[in-house]
Design a protein around this ligand. Structure first.
Ligand code: RP5
Length: 163
């Protein structure tokens, strides 16, 4: 991540305990050299931090927000209620294996959209790739890198299974 650049993507998570499952999103964005920031912001425990962040996000130049939360996972939904930016919700695993998180994020009332990804690190990685797809519509360099990434994925899958 280039720290001198204004972040294009904001990654927020409800707790430090989420970080190991959220880090793959940051790793992908780094791979694409996309400026981003990672912050612990809870919709329940840090309400002022959260509302300041969500309300100022667009003005600060962010284009997409990834929001990861587990259990009663209100962070993505409440963030989407406070900003017009696209919010990509990532359910974290939980005592109920993340099904509670998944449903909390997916079952938004009409009018306040949140894109919902799969539970845990695969969801984090895909949310980052989805953010990259959004950004690629406005940036030719990102679009070329994305095409290369997609092509390379096929090259990395062997045609024949190994013993
Ligand atoms: C949520 O509660 C967080 O996103 C996390 O997934 C879950 C548990 O948080 P900790 O009790 O580990 O801080 O808000």
């Amino acid at each position: 991540m280039n720290k001198t650049k204004i972040p294009l993507v904001g990654i927020i998570m409800g707790s430090q305990s989420d970080w190991e499952f959220v880090k793959p999103a940051s790793d992908i964005l780094k791979e694409f050299s996309i400026s981003h920031e990672c912050k612990i912001i809870s919709a329940h425990r840090t309400t002022k931090r959260h509302s300041d962040y969500a309300k100022s996000a667009k003005k600060r130049g962010l284009k997409v927000i990834l929001a990861a939360a587990g259990g009663a996972a209100h962070l993505p939904g409440v963030t989407a209620a406070l900003t017009p930016l696209p919010v990509l919700g990532i359910p974290m695993s939980s005592k109920l294996l993340g099904l509670d998180s998944l449903l909390s994020i997916a079952q938004m009332p009409s009018g306040v959209p949140v894109a919902t990804f799969s539970i845990g690190s695969a969801g984090s990685k895909n949310a980052a790739l989805y953010a990259i797809r959004i950004l690629s519509l406005m940036d030719k360099k990102i679009s070329i890198k994305l095409d290369n990434y997609i092509n390379k994925m096929e090259d990395n899958v062997p045609l024949k299974p190994k013993n």
